[in-house]
Design a protein around this ligand. Structure first.
Ligand code: FE
Ligand code: FE
Ligand code: FE
Ligand code: ZN
Length: 161
């Protein structure tokens, strides 16, 4: 790895792997959620994640990158923690609060990854790619904010009852 371009491509491969893993993992979060609104939040973010995977796939094509050899180990670990929560023997409301906590960790990881990637893309003069990455970054922020609202609303209160 010699140049910022090399590092940028490394980050792009990592994000490709992260989104790929999430497309497979999110359906389990949808199934595990009890609250209707939380279920809807997970399933709408699953649809967005499919879009994000297509978007990062097209970015790889435009940069002539083969991303298939890289695995994002951090996302693998975060998904393992999600699976742990899914399999936890817990009250429905408590489990929902736990699922939100896991999902927000995932979103925060994506936010930092895409934040870096947008910055590198701009620095390297990849204007069009920076815009595409920003679109995904905005969706990740919104997903995180949505989870925050659900957690701060009645979900945390129900878990205390
Ligand atoms: Fe994503
Ligand atoms: Fe990673
Ligand atoms: Fe996300
Ligand atoms: Zn957050």
């Amino acid at each position: 790895m010699k140049t910022l371009q090399d590092l940028f491509e490394h980050e792009i491969k990592d994000l490709y792997s992260a989104e790929k893993q999430l497309v497979e993992a999110l359906p389990n979060m949808v199934k595990a959620a009890s609250d209707k609104k939380l279920q809807e939040a997970f399933s709408s973010h699953l649809e967005e994640t499919k879009e994000q995977f297509d978007r990062i796939h097209r970015i790889c094509e435009s940069l002539d990158i083969n991303p298939t050899s890289t695995k994002c180990k951090a996302m693998e670990g975060l998904i393992e923690e999600c699976d742990g929560m899914i399999n936890e023997d817990a009250d429905a409301d408590v489990k929902d609060a736990g699922l939100i906590a896991c999902a927000q960790r995932v979103e925060h990881y994506e936010i930092s990854g895409y934040g870096t990637a947008v910055r590198f893309a701009k620095e390297l003069g990849h204007k069009d790619i920076a815009k595409k990455l920003q679109t995904t970054l905005d969706q990740e922020y919104q997903a995180d904010q949505h989870m925050d609202n659900l957690a701060q609303g009645r979900l945390n209160k129900e878990a205390m009852a």
